[in-house]
Design a binder for this molecule. Sequence first.
Ligand SMILES: C[S@@+](CC[C@H](N)C(=O)[O-])C[C@H]1O[C@@H](n2cnc3c(N)ncnc32)[C@H](O)[C@@H]1O
Length: 227
Amino acid sequence: MTDRDNVLWLQCWRDQRIDFNQLTVNPLLTRFWPNLQLAPGSRVFVPLCGVSLDLIWFAEQGYDVIGVELSPIAIASFFTALQCQPIPQQVGQFSVWEHGRLKILCGDFFALSPTDLGTIDLVYDRAALTALPEEIRPQYVAHLTAILDTRTQILLLTIEDAEVTDTAEQVYGIADEIKALYAETYSIELLHVESLFENNPEQPESLPERAEYKVYLLNHLEQILEY
Ligand SMILES: C[S@@+](CC[C@H](N)C(=O)[O-])C[C@H]1O[C@@H](n2cnc3c(N)ncnc32)[C@H](O)[C@@H]1O
């Protein structure tokens, strides 16, 4: 991530240009969560967490949640909506906001170390990888992989726009980009794919566009080889 990207995200929060924020808990999360059988008390890491209601859902299910988010405006508004205002504590490069099972580290994902995170059972990636410019994504995956234990699973939600030249296998299968980013280190299981037609808010006159909503589960290859 470049400093310029960080400045742009911080400005988005100042201007409240946050269309990416979902007004409900993600329905694919609640639908596919039982497949994971994660014991209550497990630790879930949410990179680039914003003010996602999914964080609260995790805490309500009895998981310890650790998010990382650049914008203090986002984090303050998240806790205000919960009617609590934790006092941030500076720990290394991050200011840490904590309330109950929710902990958000305010700072740059790319500055995180394994010690900042501790042991993580599952990463929940919704609009984190895909929020980044394509050229930064390999760096994101390399950093994520470096700060995680090989035991950690990754639940990855994507919204993919097919190219006209794509085959049915490419449209409904594991995306080439996801394979290129993760296949060297993780097994990739596609749990679900569905096509939705949506209007492009930037071109309200145009016909709805199709996108594939996919749910992937990634397991580190070293763990699979151990069994
Ligand atoms: C597209 S939003 C997604 C938020 C959340 N995952 C969701 O589902 O609503 C991306 C978020 O990542 C934050 N962000 C971008 N780059 C970051 C970085 N390098 N470190 C930490 N947070 C970052 C932005 O401020 C923004 O809130």
